[in-house]
Write a new protein. Structure first.
Length: 465
């Protein structure tokens, strides 16, 4: 009696040569092949439209789940012809969510499933060439010629939240405008060339329909807590943005908790809602997500160490353009619900999205997005130099890039997770020349009792992931 070999054994022994099958439903049983399609995760715990209908008819919905993942999940691969179920040990060590396009190597089993031996992702998209010329129509932003040039990023200010301290936001504004800290702090602040506010500038609005939903509200002495700070978060935020925009360029993105449309890509805030801050040309309301091109001067040696593309012109220093992709975190938070953790983390998921070449693969399945007929705006046609994800529960950073080729160092993308400022007091600074990252922490203790405030800097720059 002959024992049937698994697909992996056949590959090792050279028993068969894989062939490409264009349609997943055309796979021949017991023939080693590879197919291409879009992943669909069949998850029993995933939200469905019946829950939304039940909510409309006043049927109590089930409590929200932190994870959709369960042992009963099934991985499907589909194309225009149909859908096939993927099985095999290889899937247990693979990070997959709905919407990811992959190539799967394997063969169809006796019961009609496709046993996977190996999986291939699109991997990183090419980096954009940064060539400057007088006819270049791309709008870029000039940076100063100081020793270092930093991009400041903050998210989750949560203005109007009774449990958040406005004193921390005031310290942040004073730091970026050079009005606080010692000489070293002011020197570092002077090297900040731009600020990005990556979502959730306002706090989530608490609904008060009788006793419904009150169990989630902050409570004080057994009763619902009242706002302790500003009752006009928009006016307060506009005043802070006015101070910031007078000192440096400011980019503001909407987030999930902000008074903006929740469907991705989120449209910019109306400038008029920010009062006098809108009068500054340096103040910009952006979409979520948004691509930015930032130009800065860079020494040739430093740029070569980071694999950057440079452009030179006679009588001018070497110019380096950094492409920056910024989101307010909704895609990463949504994908996090699909995967078990550990081993998956918010940082590993953000890095995987670059290799999948898709910013929000789970949209529109579990993440709301606008319908697009011609093209998908979330497909990554290029890899950014800097990928910033705001409104994260914790800080994280990592360099993502391919292997060196022909003895040349490959270009890499710096992924940065920016935590909620209202919870961590963390301001992230990214060196535009070296892509090194450092954090500034603002802490306020005992302000009601006349306490003190302080700011702390991380011990050293993080050069590598």
């Amino acid at each position: 009696m002959t024992r049937e070999r698994s697909p992996s054994q056949q590959i090792i022994m050279g028993a068969s040569k894989p062939v490409f099958v264009r349609r997943v439903l055309d796979v021949v049983k017991s023939q080693l092949c590879w197919i291409i399609g879009t992943v669909y995760m069949d998850m029993p715990l995933k939200p469905n439209v019946l829950e939304d209908l039940g909510r409309d008819y006043s049927i109590p919905p089930p409590p929200p789940r932190e994870k959709f993942h369960s042992d009963d999940d099934a991985v499907m691969l589909e194309d225009e012809s149909g859908r096939v179920k993927l099985v095999g040990e290889r899937l247990h060590s693979t990070r997959l969510v709905t919407g990811v396009i992959i190539a799967a190597l394997g063969m169809e089993t006796a019961n009609g499933d496709f046993e996977v031996v190996d999986i291939c992702y699109p991997e990183l998209a090419p980096f954009k060439e940064a060539n400057l010329s007088g006819d270049d129509s791309m709008e870029v932003d000039d940076c100063s010629s100081s020793e270092h040039e930093y991009l400041a990023v903050v998210s989750g200010l949560s203005m109007g939240d009774p449990s958040s301290g406005e004193a921390q936001v005031q310290m942040l504004v004073e730091y970026l405008t050079g009005e606080t800290g010692g000489p070293d702090d002011q020197k570092l602040a002077s090297q900040v060339t731009r600020l990005i506010i990556a979502g959730n500038s306002f706090s989530r609005v608490w609904t008060d329909n009788g006793d419904e939903g009150n169990e989630n509200r902050p409570r004080k002495f057994g009763s619902a807590a009242q706002a302790k700070f500003s009752t006009h978060p928009n006016v307060t935020l506009a005043a802070h943005l006015q101070d910031l925009a007078s000192a440096l360029p400011v980019h503001v993105l909407p987030g999930a908790d902000d008074p903006a449309g929740v469907i991705l890509p989120q449209q910019p805030f109306p400038r008029a809602m920010f009062g006098k801050a809108a009068e500054f040309e340096s103040f910009r309301c952006e979409t979520n997500p948004v691509w930015l091109r930032i130009e800065c001067d860079c020494k040739s040696k430093t740029a070569a160490q980071n694999g950057a593309r440079l452009s030179t012109s006679s009588g001018h220093p070497v110019s380096l353009i950094r492409s920056v992709l910024v989101t307010s975190g909704q895609p990463v938070l949504d994908m996090y619900q699909y995967l078990p953790s550990p081993p998956s983390t918010h940082l590993s998921i953000a890095c995987s999205a670059l290799k999948w070449r898709h910013l929000a693969p789970t949209a529109p399945d579990t993440l709301w997005c606008h319908p697009f007929r011609e093209r998908d705006p979330f497909v990554l046609g290029e890899t950014p130099d800097l990928y910033i994800v705001g409104c994260m529960p914790e800080f994280g950073t990592q360099l993502v890039g391919g292997e060196s080729r022909d003895g040349k160092r490959s270009r890499k993308c710096r992924v940065v997770l920016v935590p909620n400022f209202s919870e961590t007091g963390c301001l992230v600074l990214v060196n535009l020349r070296t892509l090194a990252v450092r954090c500034i922490h603002f802490t306020v203790a005992g302000m009601v009792a006349g306490g003190t405030s302080s700011l702390e800097e991380q011990a050293s720059d993080m050069q590598e992931g």
